[in-house]
Design a protein around this ligand. Structure first.
Ligand code: 3MF
Ligand code: MG
Ligand code: MG
Length: 342
C-alpha cells in the first residue's frame, strides 16, 4: 500500500539533451511511457496541452476534441487518471517575449488562445486542474517591459480562464529564474498574491516544486506549509537540486535528504492527498543513463518518498514534543539524524 497517490509527466522520460549537448537516448513512444508509469506505481499523468495533442497549433474545435478523445481512451486502457493540463507557453516562437506578458498584443492573444485550448482539453480528460508555469513571464532587460503592467496582464489572463469555465481551477507553479533571468512570479507568496487579485481567488492555488523553492533560496517544506496554511497547496512537484545553480530536476531525496524528509513529514502530517491531490514528480534522468536504465530516477524518487514516509511513521512523537517544550533542539537534531540513519 502506497502512502500517496503519485503522478508524473511524460517529459520525465526523455532523451537526455541539455543546453550543451544533443540527445543521448532514443525517444520512448508515448504508449510505452504509460506502461512504464503504471509498472513503477503511478496513478495519474500530468500533461502539457501539446503532450495531449501534439502539433496543437494545427487543431481547434471538433478536430482538437477528436484528438483528445482518442487520448482519453488510451489513458483509460492504461489505467491512468489525468492530474492536470498545462499550456506549454515557452516553446513556440510567439512566446519568446513572454506569453501573457508579451509586449505585442497579437502574441498575448496567442497565449490566451493556447490557454483556452488547454481548458477544453482538461474538460474532455476529466480534470479541473490547469497548471501555469509562467516560464518566460519576466525579464533580462529591466526597461523591456513594465513589471506593474505585466502583473495586470497575468491577472487578466487568469480572469479570462476563470470566466471561460466556472469549474476549472488554476495552479500557479512559481519559479524564480530559468529560462528568464528574473521571473515576475518567483515565489509561492507572489503566486498567491496574484491569485487573490483575480475575480475568483477561491479557484486559484499553487503547485510547488521542491527545486523551484531551492532555486529561490527557500526551504521547500516551508513553502509548502505556507500554501497549506491558506488551503492552497493543490499540487507538488517533488524533486531535488544542488544549490542555486541551473535547474537540475534531480531525483527526490538525492541531494537534500533532510529537506526531503521535512517535505514528506509535512505532507503526511497535514493530510495532503485526502482531497484527491497527487504527489507529483518532476525529475530528470541523469544524462549518463543508458536507454534501458533511464527510468530509475522515477522509481528512486518514489522509493525515497515511501522510505521517508516509513521514517515519519516511526517517529517518537512524545520525544519530539518533550524537546519542543524544553527547547533542547540540539538533542532533537541528534534524534532526527540518528532516526534517519537508523
Ligand atoms: C520547469 C518545470 C515545468 C513544469 C511543467 C508543468 C517542464 O522547471 O517545472 O516542467 O513543471 O511545465 O507545469
Ligand atoms: Mg522545474
Ligand atoms: Mg515542475
Amino acid at each position: 500500500m502506497q502512502t500517496f497517490r503519485y503522478s508524473v509527466g511524460p517529459w520525465n522520460i526523455h532523451t537526455g539533451a541539455d543546453t550543451f549537448g544533443p540527445t543521448v537516448r532514443q525517444e520512448v513512444p508515448f504508449a510505452k511511457k504509460l506502461e512504464k508509469f503504471k509498472e513503477i506505481g503511478f496513478d495519474a499523468i500530468q500533461l502539457h496541452d501539446d503532450d495531449a495533442v501534439p502539433n496543437i497549433n494545427d487543431y481547434e474545435g471538433d478536430a482538437l476534441l477528436a484528438k483528445v478523445k482518442a487520448l482519453k481512451g488510451q489513458l483509460g486502457d492504461a489505467g491512468l487518471a489525468v492530474e492536470f493540463v498545462a499550456p506549454r507557453l515557452w516553446e513556440d516562437s510567439r512566446t519568446r517575449d513572454g506569453a501573457y506578458t508579451a509586449n505585442l498584443k497579437q502574441l498575448r492573444d496567442y497565449a490566451n488562445e493556447r490557454s483556452k485550448k488547454a481548458i477544453e482539453i482538461a474538460n474532455e480528460l476529466g480534470t479541473k486542474n490547469i497548471v501555469l508555469w509562467l516560464a518566460r513571464e519576466g525579464n533580462f532587460v529591466p526597461e523591456s517591459k513594465s513589471a506593474v503592467r505585466s502583473i495586470e496582464y497575468l491577472v487578466e489572463a487568469i480572469n479570462r480562464m476563470l470566466e471561460q469555465d466556472k469549474d476549472i481551477r488554476i495552479l500557479i507553479e512559481p519559479k524564480p529564474n530559468e529560462p528568464v533571468d528574473k521571473s515576475f512570479i518567483p515565489t509561492v507568496g507572489h503566486a498567491l498574491a496574484l491569485g487573490y487579485g483575480t475575480i475568483d481567488h477561491s479557484r486559484v492555488g499553487v503547485l510547488i516544486e521542491s527545486a523551484h523553492s531551492l532555486l529561490a533560496g527557500l526551504d521547500p517544506a516551508d513553502d509548502m506549509a505556507f500554501a497549506l496554511s491558506q488551503n492552497k497547496l493543490w499540487g507538488v512537484h517533488l524533486n531535488d537540486q544542488n544549490g542555486l545553480k541551473f535547474d537540475q530536476d534531480r531525483a527526490f531525496g538525492s541531494v537534500n535528504l533532510r529537506q526531503a524528509f521535512s517535505q514528506v513529514k509535512l505532507l503526511m502530517e497535514t493530510g495532503y492527498g485526502q482531497n484527491g491531490e497527487y504527489v507529483g514528480l518532476d525529475v530528470k534522468a541523469l544524462r549518463t543513463q543508458s536507454d534501458d536504465k533511464a527510468f530509475k530516477h522515477l522509481s528512486n524518487s518514489l522509493f525515497a518518498v515511501e522510505r521517508l514516509a516509513d521514517k515519519v511513521r516511526s517517529l517518537d512523537l512524545e520525544f519530539i514534543n518533550a524537546r519542543q517544550q524544553d527547547t533542547d533542539y540540539e538533542d532533537l537534531d541528534r534524534y532526527i539524524i540518528n532516526h534517519l540513519l537508523g
